[in-house]
Structures are given as structure tokens and as C-alpha cells.
Design a protein around this ligand. Structure first.
Ligand code: SF4
Ligand code: SF4
Ligand code: SF4
Length: 497
């Protein structure tokens, strides 16, 4: 057999494996149901199917590539990437899929460099050791479960993405919890695929953010290019914002300059302190979203709105929402609503509460939730500022049992998957800490400065600055590890990070 014939045979084998994939078959079989639902038109349906097919083919091609080699390591990943003209991190994301499907096992090998005194040891990546767990994959194709398993195991963060991409619109999130109409579900597994709480390639996320082919150990705040402390110069925003007003200023600039058509955010609903998702179109809408909300809100659920079709969108959201979007970008499955997202503006998030838990916190502080004007987490305490000017607080330790259970398994404080991350930790009162993570985020931030919309100074010269942010982000990561380990001991499901 000539090398051309052999290549063609391998290609056909990959195609056959992909066509036999449960996920692809479910999408093909349910074509009419999908078109009848109207979330996707025929050309969008075909684009999704072809993109999913291509990703499945590449995944099985990687598996077959491993099968033809006796020693699979990081060099194998690089070779496959070069042969297929894809980024190394894309191949690593496929490796994570194979790992999640238990078709391969992967060991990461690091050299440990001893650090001085109390500093943690530095880990330098050495290599990957990849083993194929089963030689014959024909009987091992995974059946993708709907994310009901994530809801039932209390892993769901309520980000809302699954509800927006479901091709038969049978999935809804309300008050942070999801529900699936089992009669309508076509078991395509798309929701499982995009969900940040099924599996999430955390290392790949940071590599994609940095656009690097090298595996590294990242700091507690993930990859970033630059760090600043900043506050808005826009009077209407500064009068109502919680801290420095930078996320509102970003949206104001992007909408005003027509760089986006819509932004997705959260505003207070008619029930005070119970937020709801909102599509922002102008400055008035932006002003309606000011202030931190501590009740979970499924912003991403709105991504399937008809008026967003072919529009440019910015999404403002918490880390689990940024993870969901970036995960889908990395797996590149061509979902139209996700292709429209131009900017990801992440906000810092320590934890969130259900509305009912928030009422319990207010009860503990002896305040009516309707009298609360502002809420804040600062210096280890939860603060409620009332309309009468009272300042009430309770140590976080005393209310952490009221936080959502899924937040205990959240490793990300600073929205590591965003283009630009904004929060208050590290900067003085009235200012925001801003981490610029991508070139797109950098251009946006520089535009705010050159348009005289913000005051900005390097975080390096600001107290308490980056060391405090790193420390708190590190303690969130440690707590996450602890909770995940204790859930594993109890045989409970955990996200596959
Ligand atoms: S609930 Fe999930 S598996 Fe079911 S149809 Fe919707 S996206 Fe597909
Ligand atoms: S974490 Fe997001 S994508 Fe996953 S099940 Fe919950 S709402 Fe859906
Ligand atoms: S703590 Fe994590 S999971 Fe919980 S709302 Fe914040 S970002 Fe989402």
C-alpha cells in the first residue's frame, strides 16, 4: 500500500469513528425536531453538525495517532498539531476529551524547584506520559448525558449556557437551578459538551489565553498581560457604581463606538436583590446594572435571543460564565450564538448565594432586604449598607455555609477566562483592580485611556495590590481542592478540571 493510500485509509477510519459517534448520530437523527424548534435554521444546523463532526474526527484521529506509536508524550502532541495545522492547546483540549471519555490516561511530569522559606515550590513542566487505556474503541463511544447529572449532583453553577444552546429548547434555568424536559430532549449531549462543570481543561484555558504552545504552571490569578488599578471618569457611572465602575465604562465605550450591538449583563428584577439577565443596548441600560449582586444569575441563558442573531456581543459575567464561553471557543463547535461574542468582561467572584440564602443573611443582620442599598464582601466580611445610612456586617466564616454548594467547587476568583477581569480586591475603596489577559482586552483598555474615560495606574505601585489578590485567589483554589477531595471521599460527582 502506498503512503497516500495508507493516509487515505487512516482518514476514512477517523471519519468512520466520528460518524459512529453518539453525539453526531443524535444530531443527524433529530434534524427535523431541531428545525421545527426554530432555535437554529437549516444553515446553522448544518454548520454545527459539520463542526461537531470535524472535532469528533480530529479527536479520534488523535486517538489513532497514539495507537500507532509506542511512546506517547508531549512531543507526540506537538507532532499531531503540526501535521493537522492546529494549535498545540487545541490538541491538548482533544486529549482532555479523550481523558474525560476514559480512552487515555495522562500523567503530567514536573520538576520541583525548592523555594525560599514560606513560598510555595515552583513547578517546571517536564513532559506528559500518555497511555491508551483500551485498544479497541468501537464499543467505548461515550453516550453523552444531558446536564441533568450536573443539576442533580449540585455541580451546576447556573451559568445558563446549556439553556441557550440546546437545539430543541428543552432546558431552562430558574433561580440558579436547571430543569430538563426529558420528553423533548434528543440526547445530543451539546449541553454536556459546553458545560464548565462536566469537564474543563483548566491548563488549556490559560494556554489559550496566552496563545502559547508551552505547558506551564500559572499563578493563582491565571495568565495576564498587565495589571492596573482604575476608576471611571464618567460622572453618571461614578455616582452609582460599586467600586471603580470600569466594567460599566467598558460597555459604555463599546456601545457608543458601535464596537458591539448588545451587551449581556444582570440587573435587579422587580424582586429587589434577585437579579435577572438583561440585554443592554444603551447607557440607561448600563446604569440599571450597576452594583454587585450576590445572587446567582444565568446571564448566558439570553444568548439564544432572536434579536442577537448576527449581532456583536460583549458578555459581562462571573468566572464560571467566562469559563463556559472560553471552553466552547476552544472546542470550536460553531454554535452561532457563541460566535457572536466579541468581548468577555469577567468580574471577580468569591461565592454566590441563592436568593433564599441572601434573605437568611439579611435576617441574621436584622435588616429587611428591601432596605438594603448596597452589598459588598471586603476584608473577610459581608457588608450590607442600608438606605438609612447604616453599615452592617457579618464575618464571611459565619455565612459561608449559606453559599451555593457548587461555588465550593469553584477554583477561579478572578475570571481567568475573560479578556479583561475586573474586581475590587487589591485596590483602595472607589477603585477597581483590572487584569488585562488578552490582546483584545489590552486594546479595549488602552482605548478607555486614550478616550479619557478612566484614570489608571499600574497595580504594582498600589496597596494592597497584587500580593493580596494572589493570596485570596490562592485560598479560593485551596478551598476548592479541599471540597473536591472531600466530595470524592463521599463518592460524590465533581467537575473534571
Ligand atoms: S438537554 Fe442537552 S442533551 Fe438534551 S437536547 Fe438539550 S442540549 Fe441536547
Ligand atoms: S454549569 Fe452552566 S452549562 Fe453547566 S449545567 Fe449549569 S447552567 Fe448548564
Ligand atoms: S463562585 Fe464560581 S461558581 Fe460560584 S458564582 Fe462565582 S464564579 Fe460561579
Amino acid at each position: 500500500m502506498s503512503s497516500e493510500e495508507s493516509l487515505s485509509w487512516e482518514f476514512l477510519k477517523d471519519v468512520a469513528d466520528a460518524l459512529d459517534s453518539y453525539r453526531i448520530r443524535a444530531l443527524i437523527d433529530a434534524k427535523q425536531d431541531i428545525l421545527d424548534t426554530g432555535i437554529y435554521d437549516e444553515s446553522q444546523y448544518e454548520a454545527i453538525l459539520l463542526q461537531m463532526f470535524d472535532q469528533e474526527r480530529l479527536k479520534y484521529s488523535l486517538f489513532n495517532f497514539f495507537s500507532n506509536s509506542s511512546n506517547n508524550n508531549f512531543n507526540t502532541i506537538k507532532e499531531f498539531s503540526t501535521q493537522n495545522s492546529i494549535e498545540v492547546y487545541h490538541t491538548l483540549s482533544l486529549l482532555d476529551l479523550l481523558k474525560n471519555e476514559k480512552l487515555v490516561s495522562v500523567e503530567e511530569l514536573y520538576d520541583k524547584i525548592k523555594s525560599h522559606e514560606d513560598d510555595p515550590d515552583t513547578l517546571i513542566f517536564k513532559d506528559l506520559s500518555i497511555s491508551i487505556t483500551k485498544e479497541d474503541i468501537s464499543n467505548l463511544k461515550p453516550i453523552y448525558e444531558p446536564v441533568k447529572v450536573i443539576f442533580d449532583s449540585k455541580n451546576c453553577s447556573g451559568c445558563g449556557l446549556c439553556a441557550s444552546i440546546c437545539p430543541v429548547n428543552c432546558l431552562h434555568i430558574y433561580n440558579g437551578f436547571g430543569k430538563i424536559d426529558e420528553d423533548k430532549c434528543i440526547r445530543c449531549g451539546l449541553c454536556y459538551f459546553v458545560c464548565p462543570r462536566t469537564y474543563l481543561p483548566v491548563k488549556v484555558i490559560n494556554m489559550a489565553q496566552e496563545n502559547t504552545p508551552e505547558i506551564k504552571d500559572y499563578s493563582n490569578v491565571g495568565h495576564f498581560l498587565e495589571a492596573y488599578s482604575a476608576r471611571t471618569k464618567i460622572k453618571e457611572i461614578s455616582e452609582i457604581c460599586q467600586d471603580g465602575g470600569i466594567s460599566s465604562t467598558c460597555l459604555h465605550y463599546l456601545l457608543e463606538k458601535n464596537k458591539i450591538d448588545f451587551a449581556l449583563g444582570a440587573k435587579m428584577s422587580n424582586t429587589l436583590w434577585r437579579p435577572e439577565p438583561i440585554l443592554l443596548k444603551n447607557k440607561e441600560d448600563i446604569l440599571s446594572t450597576a452594583g454587585t449582586k450576590y445572587v446567582n444569575n444565568p446571564n448566558l441563558q439570553l444568548l439564544n435571543q432572536n434579536e442577537l442573531k448576527n449581532k456583536k456581543i460583549a458578555v459581562v459575567g462571573v468566572p464560571c460564565q467566562m469559563q463556559a464561553i472560553l471552553k466552547s471557543e476552544i472546542y470550536d463547535i460553531g454554535l452561532p450564538s457563541l460566535n457572536n461574542i466579541i468581548y468577555k468582561i469577567g468580574i471577580f467572584c468569591m461565592e454566590s448565594f441563592s436568593y433564599e440564602s441572601l434573605l437568611k443573611i439579611c435576617e441574621k443582620l436584622n435588616v429587611d432586604v428591601n432596605d438594603a442599598k448596597k452589598m459588598d464582601i471586603n476584608k473577610g466580611k459581608f457588608f450590607v449598607y442600608t438606605k438609612n445610612g447604616d453599615e452592617l456586617n457579618v464575618p464571611i466564616k459565619e455565612i459561608s455555609h449559606l453559599a451555593r454548594e457548587d461555588c465550593e467547587m469553584c477554583y477561579d476568583l478572578t475570571s481567568e477566562s475573560a479578556d479583561i477581569s475586573i474586581g475590587s480586591i487589591g485596590s483602595p475603596s472607589g477603585w477597581n483592580t483590572v487584569l488585562i489577559r488578552t490582546e483584545k482586552g489590552k486594546i479595549l483598555y488602552n482605548d478607555l485611556i486614550s478616550n479619557n474615560l478612566i484614570e489608571s495606574k499600574p497595580l504594582e505601585g498600589v496597596k494592597p495590590g497584587l500580593p493580596l489578590l494572589q493570596r485570596i485567589a490562592g485560598s479560593k483554589k485551596n478551598n476548592c481542592k479541599k471540597h473536591i477531595n472531600s466530595r470524592l471521599e463521599e463518592n460524590k460527582r465533581v467537575p473534571n478540571y
